[in-house]
Design a protein around this ligand. Sequence first.
Ligand code: CP3
Length: 355
Amino acid sequence: MAELKNRRYLDALLKRKVDRTPIWMMRQAGRYLPEYRATRAQAGDFMSLCKNAELACEVTLQPLRRYPLDAAILFSDILTIPDAMGMGLYFETGEGPKFTKELKDLTDIAALPVPDPNKSLKYVMDAVSTIKTALNGDVPLIGFSGSPWTLATYMVEGGSSKTFSKVKRMGYEAPEALHLLLSKLAESVTEYLNAQIDAGAQSLMIFDTWGGVLSPRNYREFSLDYMAKIVDGLNLGSGEQRIPVTLFTKGGGQWLEWIADTGCDGIGLDWTTDIGEARRRVGDKVALQGNMDPSVLHASPQVIRQEVQMILDSYGQGTGHVFNLGHGITPDVKPENAEAFIKAVTELSPVYHSE
Ligand code: CP3
């Protein structure tokens, strides 16, 4: 296996010394890039793009050709697991994901299979190994999955939601049904992420996009405990060879101590918590990833640079910070503003690693 030429991303997560703060952007391969839109048109629909290893590899590499990013992220989606469980995933233009199958009760949930990642999700493993080969050791490859709770919200609601009324109602009225679904998802995610490691992923991320809509008690019961179980079941290794895993609960700023206790290596931070305060709260336990408001990318390059400076300053001296957006880059951002953001991090961060 080729030696990694740039380990900054892994080293910062493992709290080893780095020369500057590493950076990547959530959703760095996406519609804000004209070359992405062209490849997406060539593939037809979004899932066909995910299922074609060569094209998935192409869009993964596109942002790295433009910008000096310190990590590549597998081009795929969190909804591949529900799709492989037979939920009948499709994307309606402008409306986001939808499913043909409904999950109403325990009987529907009991019938769901735990997918074999090397069968119905083999296309994802093919994408991982194709991308890994194409990267040629330039930067590490991040594999990912959704959290059981976040996947359950899409599956029970039948798509995106603003109120989460169906899945929350299930949590209050039929908790045994929701727990069965979450257990199956936790088992599926563990096997899926271990298969991504076998296929070549060098770091992992679990997206808990909707954990923040829960009460503290329900967050522990329906989201955090299942993510902790997954972290326990991953073949991450140890020392310099460890495959760091990052947990990102959007809106989870008040639960950072709990998240740090799962045994994860990094916590993804949205923009609603100050990163310096977050660092004081978690101490040496974990690294932090984030936390610029993606809306800043609509502002001018000078304003973007000031925001970057403030976040670097708030985190302060030393390793343990991976610069990122607090959530995904949106399709209406100008590519030159993303460039100004990345440039600001590469230029302004070395002084924070001088000691
Ligand atoms: O970061 C990357 O570059 C890797 C690719 C990636 C995608 N989705 C591609 C994608 C990753 C890491 C995801 C994760 C994902 N998917 C999450 C968790 C992170 C987050 O954003 O909170 C969630 C909640 C999803 C579910 C999902 N997928 C939704 C709600 C949508 C529709 C939203 C939209 O913007 O239209 C998707 C589709 C999707 N996934 C797109 C991309 C690039 C847009 C599809 C297109 O090209 O039309």
